[in-house]
Design a protein around this ligand. Structure first.
Ligand SMILES: C[S@@+](CC[C@H](N)C(=O)[O-])C[C@H]1O[C@@H](n2cnc3c(N)ncnc32)[C@H](O)[C@@H]1O
Length: 226
């Protein structure tokens, strides 16, 4: 496959100037949008799968897992953990997985909207061991700031879930903004260029890397300071 994905184009050449104001607002007011019935059902299914495997196993969330390639890899790498791969796209989740060999049993794929799924996890008092945000949609238009996860009203809930948060992106500004948001919330993020030496974790990672784009990773151990 010839990889010719273009780098993210944006009028922004630095973190968004409104990010701080947005964060102050989100941390001051609880996010109260009702959770839809379909996400309640999806959450219940995810909980049943975790209980059936081993309710005491630490939980890894692959948030926005796409076709689920990373979910399978993470589950294989951590057989002591249970991995939930959550994505809103039924089409992506339905992609044939037989080419990756036998799927490990310590995972479940869930179709849900993360905005609700994250809040259901937090409301249930669940904390994560690891939390992956692999190549989230960058929403590069400045007017779309609030769609980026660190500027979305659900961001405080994402932090509440704890664990080691890892986000990878091909847009440096996305990780720089996430770092700014994490620092605002009392975190201590580490941003590094990412070189996928040990193989690709996701199809987007492969596509961007094989197109010659730079990748970045940000990691932060959540402590629930704010
Ligand atoms: C750019 S793709 C990356 C997919 C995968 N992580 C990868 O690296 O190959 C972003 C994914 O996030 C999912 N997504 C975006 N917003 C979402 C939401 N609110 N709830 C659940 N999934 C969402 C999309 O459906 C899409 O599969």
């Amino acid at each position: 496959m010839f990889a010719n994905s273009r780098p993210v184009a944006s009028r922004q050449n630095a973190p968004h100037p409104d990010l701080q104001v947005v964060l102050v607002r989100h941390f001051a007011r609880p996010f109260q949008k009702p959770v839809s019935a379909y996400n309640h059902d999806a959450f219940a299914r995810a909980m049943r799968a975790w209980q059936a495997w081993n309710a005491r196993a630490p939980l890894i969330l692959d948030a926005g897992c796409g076709v689920g390639w990373s979910t399978a890899r993470l589950a294989r790498a951590r057989p002591d953990c249970f991995v939930m791969g959550v994505d809103q796209s039924a089409h992506r989740l339905a992609r044939d997985k037989t080419q990756w060999g036998t799927l490990p049993a310590n995972l479940v794929f869930i179709r849900a909207n993360l905005v609700d799924f994250w809040r259901l996890l937090a409301d249930a008092g669940i904390t994560l061991f690891r939390h992956y945000l692999l190549y989230p949609n960058p929403w590069p238009k400045p007017a779309h700031l609030l769609r980026r996860w660190h500027a979305h009203p659900v961001f405080p809930t994402i932090l509440q879930l704890g664990g080691l948060l890892e986000c990878r992106s091909n847009w440096k500004i996305y990780v720089d903004e996430l770092a700014e948001a994490l620092r605002y919330a009392g975190g201590n993020p580490d941003v590094q260029p990412y070189i996928p030496e040990g193989g690709y974790l996701t199809p987007f990672e492969r596509k961007y890397s094989e197109s010659g784009q730079g990748l970045w990773v940000i990691r932060n151990q959540m402590t629930g300071d704010r």
